[in-house]
Design a protein around this ligand. Structure first.
Ligand SMILES: NC(=O)c1ccc[n+]([C@@H]2O[C@H](COP(=O)([O-])OP(=O)(O)OC[C@H]3O[C@@H](n4cnc5c(N)ncnc54)[C@H](O)[C@@H]3O)[C@@H](O)[C@H]2O)c1
Length: 438
């Protein structure tokens, strides 16, 4: 009898357990279903024909980080995406602790990017893309893991730790067909796009010279010795890569010249130097880039210039005209032609702007737009392709408005050959690479 009671109890316990499991599974599914319902229950012409918000995942951007917050803001600026998941830090506890800062539900605040890729891949409402905002040495593994799992990726620059990784990542992107953006965000400014359009439609004539400079002063002293988060990894060759300042901001200056001019690089000669005593990686450098049409470009990057904040600027000389643009005054583009008064084009300033610039503004003229909006313009162009892919349509991978994996490889080639040239007494090195697009 007592055996029978025991058996009955065990059966009841088992049945109870089954119910508990089923209830727990249901409870786990309910937020997913609510999420799906909330995100997909209304019309959304900006994201047609997908007709729902994109689901964004963020890697990096934990407490105390810099650019992750910018990605999170730029990604949702136009209300076309919602940040729903993240692996926000290399420290699992900090990753979870940071989730609330982004309204990421705890169940989707992952301890690591690997866990995130595995778990998200199984969800009905999985993320549509991930943004990678971690230090350079981690980009490759993270971007590759997500791309191989079929997720679209937006990765910050420089693309990877070295050129070999970048080339491998390019192959993964080509093989998987995922959409892959790289946040060389300065190409998102309306007046930078205007400058490109003016070059492309021949308004400046043949391009003879490109001078691009990216001048900062924040690493004048060895901030890395005070364990300043951003300085620490940027000055560490095991985390930053072969270059310091030239990889961190020189790549932006080079990319800006390539974007505006569309010229193909031929050769490079470079001199890099670490001026802060004891620093291993460069904090200053200048390169001369010969372009295949005979134009000469110069790229100067500094992180040791007193008082300079984020002074990226570019000047382009053509046979018919010249332009000048400054990141710290991004709503103006100066256009000069001999014998004519200097012209200042303004963002949203009127019908003289081309379609590319006009489509990149949100506010009426005179209401300054800047960093977030330009960053968001990169996101917007990537979103168009993500939606195409989700709709089963082909997207053009190479000639995109946004910087893509090929531009990322171009940037890594720039770093590699700059360092090689500098080590070799500024000898000329080839810049030809199959990934370079015009
Ligand atoms: N496009 C731009 O204008 C721009 C500006 C700044 C930085 N960046 C680039 O963005 C990247 C990050 O720079 P930052 O200044 O924000 O660095 P940061 O040190 O401020 O932040 C990096 C974040 O990544 C996290 N992290 C590190 N390893 C991780 C991992 N394996 N998984 C999850 N999270 C991890 C860190 O915990 C931290 O939260 C760098 O590649 C940098 O070159 C680009």
């Amino acid at each position: 009898m007592s055996g029978f009671v025991m058996l009955g109890k065990r059966c009841l316990w088992r049945i109870g357990g089954m119910f508990e499991c089923a209830a727990a599974a249901l409870l786990r599914t309910i937020p997913e279903l609510i999420n799906l319902f909330q995100l997909e229950s209304f019309d959304m012409p900006t994201n047609a024909p997908l007709n729902r918000k994109l689901r964004m995942g963020l890697i990096g951007g934990g407490q105390g980080a810099f650019i992750g917050r910018v990605h999170a803001t730029a990604g949702v600026l136009d209300n076309r995406a919602t940040l729903v998941a993240g692996a926000l830090s290399s420290d699992p506890a900090k990753s979870k602790a940071s989730a609330g800062d982004y309204d990421i539900p705890l169940e989707r605040a992952y301890g690591s990017y690997k866990e995130m890729a595995e778990v998200e891949a199984k969800r009905a409402d999985k993320v549509d893309f991930v943004s990678v905002a971690t230090p350079n040495h981690t980009h490759f593994e993270i971007a590759k893991t997500f791309a191989e799992a079929g997720f679209n990726v937006i990765c910050d620059k420089p693309l990877t730790f070295d050129l070999k990784q970048a080339e491998e990542l390019m192959e993964v992107v080509q093989k998987t067909g995922v959409v892959f953006g790289v946040t060389h965000n300065y190409t998102g400014y309306p007046l930078v796009r205007q400058a490109r359009e003016m070059v492309l439609n021949g308004e400046l004539g043949e391009i003879n010279a490109i001078r691009s400079c990216y001048i900062q002063g924040w690493l004048r002293t060895r901030l890395e010795n005070d364990n300043q988060k951003q300085a620490a990894w940027r000055t560490d060759p095991a985390k930053s890569g072969a270059a310091g300042c030239f990889g961190d901001i020189g790549t932006h200056a080079y990319n800006l010249g390539r974007f505006i001019s569309g010229l193909l690089p031929d050769q490079i000669s470079c001199q890099l130097k670490a001026f802060a005593a004891g620093r291993v990686l460069d904090d200053y450098g200048t390169a001369i880039v010969k372009y295949t049409n005979g134009a000469i470009g110069t790229v100067t990057a500094s992180q040791i210039s007193h008082g300079r904040e984020n002074d990226l600027f570019i000047e382009v000389d053509g046979t018919k005209g010249a332009i000048e643009w400054h990141q710290e005054e991004p709503n103006k583009l100066i256009v000069r032609k001999n014998g004519e008064p200097h012209k200042i084009y303004t963002r949203a300033g009127g019908p003289y702007l081309g379609g590319m610039a006009a489509a990149s503004s949100r506010l009426p003229a005179g209401h300054p737009e800047a960093f977030f909006e330009a960053f968001s313009n990169i996101y917007a162009a990537v979103y168009d392709d993500i939606i195409k892919r989700a709709d089963g349509k082909k997207h053009e991978p190479l000639n995109t408005l946004y910087p893509n994996v090929f531009d990322g490889v171009d940037g890594m080639n720039f770093i590699t050959q700059s360092v090689a040239s500098s080590k070799d007494g500024a000898a000329w090195k080839s810049m030809k690479h199959a990934a370079c697009r015009s």
